[in-house]
Design a protein around this ligand. Structure first.
Ligand code: ADE
Length: 401
């Protein structure tokens, strides 16, 4: 991968490109950075690169030297750091990491001529709601953030995948020696040597920090890895309507997001006899659903509750979420999916999202409206078919973006 940095102040980059992790990776040839001096494309004896803004205002970089510098740098994905840009986030960093050549154009003074931005810039990014003197420091931030995704730049790949923002959450706090400092103690659990407890503590601190400092991140983070218990999808399937092809699709979706699919069969007091279920299991297996740990067939909702309860004994009573289709309606205490996501994180209990094909009247669910802990306001006004609802819930709760 290659970066080109177009700047009127190349000296800024002298130490940056020779020091620490970036310096070492460049020496090892893991990526390349070319600094392009904008002044060498300036006009006249003074190599002028800027001019007075039309109307009132200060100096603006003129488009011609910028265009020539860009031609010299070669074809690439062009980034222009500016306070007017979209916020630089880890997903933009990942997009840049997927480019062969990233060209960063550093503005100065009042910025660059807007026509150049329109013509040449692929993305305008801001590194925060504050105004710096130019784009050089943001350019360093971009090179730093992108290059650390290149294999070998940061020591262990684990260090990158465990970072803040990788799953969309903030990082947990870190401590080192001494264990006691100025009367402040390192949290005891970290000295316990109990790896599972430490992991659990870190997860809960990451969640608490994110919820209190950056609740806005919630819509973009996946819950997987931050839940104490498991994430289950319970789908009520009347035997008469059980279609192995569709079930296979749901199973594959659940597998993709690391959720467990539970199918239960409400017909009859115990959901039909065992032989019938066994036959259906064989049908599912021949349709390609053969992940016994990830897809569980249960004769009734009560069996399902018992099964999850047993599995999650140590993690607390499973939270039952009603995700039936239906019109949103009013009252009933239904919660918006984002609010529900926060609730699940705060509770930290295993979550079971319960789906059914219709309004429940055919399947007996209508008899048990109170069995759920919480009801989710249907997505898309309840207009999605079951498969779409399953995919949407998996992505909003477990997908990260
Ligand atoms: N140039 C000046 N201020 C900036 C900011 N906040 N982000 C990106 N580029 C800038």
């Amino acid at each position: 991968m290659r970066f080109s940095i177009v700047t009127a102040f190349p000296d800024f980059f002298h130490d940056f490109l020779r020091t620490s992790i970036v310096g070492r990776a460049l020496r090892a040839g893991l990526f390349r950075v070319d600094v392009v001096d904008l002044r060498s494309f300036g006009k006249g004896a003074y190599r002028q690169v800027d001019d007075y803004a039309f109307g009132t205002g200060g100096m603006v970089l003129t488009p011609c030297p910028l265009e020539d510098a860009l031609d010299f740098a070669g074809k690439g994905f062009v980034v222009y750091p500016s306070p007017q840009g979209v916020p630089l986030t880890q997903d933009i960093v990942e997009t840049l990491f997927r480019q062969e050549h990233v060209v960063i154009v550093c503005g100065h003074y009042e910025g660059v001529d807007e026509r150049f931005v329109e013509q040449a810039v692929d993305v305008e990014v801001s590194i925060g709601d504050c105004v710096l003197t130019g784009g050089e420091i943001p350019a360093m931030a971009i090179v730093d953030a992108v290059s650390r995704l290149i294999p070998g730049v940061v020591g262990k790949s684990e260090a990158v995948t465990k970072d803040s923002f990788y799953g969309g959450m903030l990082d947990y706090p870190h401590y080192t020696r001494p264990a006691s400092w100025n009367g402040r103690e390192v949290p005891e659990v970290l000295l316990s040597g109990d790896a599972a407890q430490i992991e659990e503590w870190r997860r809960s601190r990451a969640v608490a920090r994110t919820l209190s400092r950056r609740p806005d991140l919630l819509s973009r983070c996946g819950l997987q890895g931050y839940l104490r218990g498991g994430f289950y999808l319970a789908v009520e399937v009347p035997f008469s309507a059980a279609d192995t092809g569709r079930i296979r699709e749901w199973a594959d979706l659940c597998e993709g997001y690391g959720a467990v699919l539970l199918l239960f069969f409400p017909e009859g007091p115990e959901g039909g006899d065992r032989a019938e279920r066994e036959k259906f299991r064989e049908e599912l297996e021949s349709a390609g659903v053969k992940k016994p740990g990830k897809v569980k067939l249960l004769p009734s909702f009560e069996h399902l509750l018992r099964w999850v309860g047993e599995k999650e004994k140590k993690k607390g009573r499973p939270m039952l979420v009603d995700v039936s289709g239906g019109e949103p309606g009013q009252g009933g205490g239904a919660r918006h999916w984002l609010d529900l996501k926060r609730f699940i994180l705060e509770e930290g209990r295993p979550a079971v999202f319960c789906f059914r094909a219709g309004d429940g009247s055919k399947t007996g669910d209508g008899k048990n409206p109170d069995r759920y802990d919480v009801r989710m306001i249907p997505l898309q006004g309840g207009r999605l078919p079951l498969g779409g609802r399953i995919a949407a819930v998996l992505d909003r709760f477990l997908g990260s973006r």
